[in-house]
Design a protein around this ligand. Structure first.
Ligand SMILES: [Zn+2]
Ligand SMILES: [Zn+2]
Length: 290
């Protein structure tokens, strides 16, 4: 029986070797500081600004397709001038992120303690998977709790209200935020986890690329990728549900939409009929087991 073989040009080894030798060449030609700064900026340009441009152009290039896939109706969508204003704020946040990154690289170069590893070799697959899984889980916790704190009545009007201006978000609105929110909820949850693991810079870039595509997609306002934007779109529309990205902590803390709705329903029924707390608990139990 003959076995199936990939053509040599398509085998993983054929892809691995040119990538590995190109990477080694880059590490031998530039300083770790230059690689970290320029590479991170390139990843942001491709994986944040790229998807933003694609999602925003759908409306103009394919209006019928765009209308069919928009989660919220046309009257709720932002105007062109609101999108241009959003662009100016997001550009300012990009400058803020890059300036802080340059400062951090300067300090770590002086102290000789780089946040990421800029090795000439490519990281092993096991290490990449381990660091990315750890980073995904820790990012969820950091994002969920910082986001919930930003919804505190004392902080919300001064900081997070800006991000909620877009009740029907567009991709670019992912980074439409107060500078403090940009640092606390957007930059740190993505950069702290791989720094704790002292990850290879390539692993950090892969993780960041995923997170940037994820955040533009969940803010896109479109039902693509099995309606991946649904939860965060609902957060923008209704405010006090779905604070996280993956959904695990929303489930754990009861801030996922279904349980909040069930709670409200039970409280409403109790108030209307004058029933006891035990009966409310029984309704909640029933709703959970459905
Ligand atoms: Zn948002
Ligand atoms: Zn929020």
């Amino acid at each position: 029986m003959s076995s199936f073989h990939l053509p040599p040009s398509l085998s993983p080894l054929a892809l691995y070797e040119p990538i590995a030798s190109t990477w080694t060449g880059i590490v031998q030609s530039y300083s770790p500081a230059t690689i970290e700064f320029a590479g991170t900026l390139i990843v942001q340009l491709i994986f944040f600004w790229g998807p933003c441009a694609i999602y925003l152009s759908l409306d103009r290039l394919f209006p019928k397709f765009s209308d069919r896939h928009k989660i919220q109706p046309a009257p709720k969508q932002p105007t062109r001038s609101e999108i241009f204003h959003c662009l100016s704020v997001v550009l300012r946040n990009q400058v803020l992120s890059s300036t802080l990154h340059a400062l951090l690289i300067y300090v770590s170069t002086k102290t000789g303690k780089g946040a990421f590893r800029v090795d000439a070799s490519i990281p092993p697959l096991f290490e990449v998977v381990r660091d990315i899984v750890f980073s995904l889980l820790l990012r969820e916790a950091l994002f969920y709790y910082s986001h919930r704190i930003l919804h505190h009545p004392r902080l919300y009007p001064k900081i997070h209200k800006i991000h909620h201006k877009f009740t029907a978000p567009v991709a670019l609105a992912a980074q439409y935020a107060h500078p403090i929110e940009q640092i606390v909820a957007n930059i740190l949850p993505i950069t702290i986890p791989p720094q704790l693991m002292h990850s290879h810079i390539l692993t950090f870039w892969m993780f960041m690329a995923y997170e940037l595509v994820e955040t533009t997609t969940v803010h896109s306002g479109y039902d693509f990728f099995m309606n991946a934007a649904k939860m965060h779109d609902l957060h923008h529309e209704k405010f006090l549900i779905y604070f996280g990205a993956i959904g695990v902590l929303d489930w754990f803390h009861g801030t996922d939409g279904s349980r909040m709705a069930a709670k409200r329903k039970a409280k409403g029924a109790a108030a209307a009929k004058g029933i006891t707390q035990e009966q409310v608990d029984a309704i909640m139990k029933e709703t959970k087991s459905e």
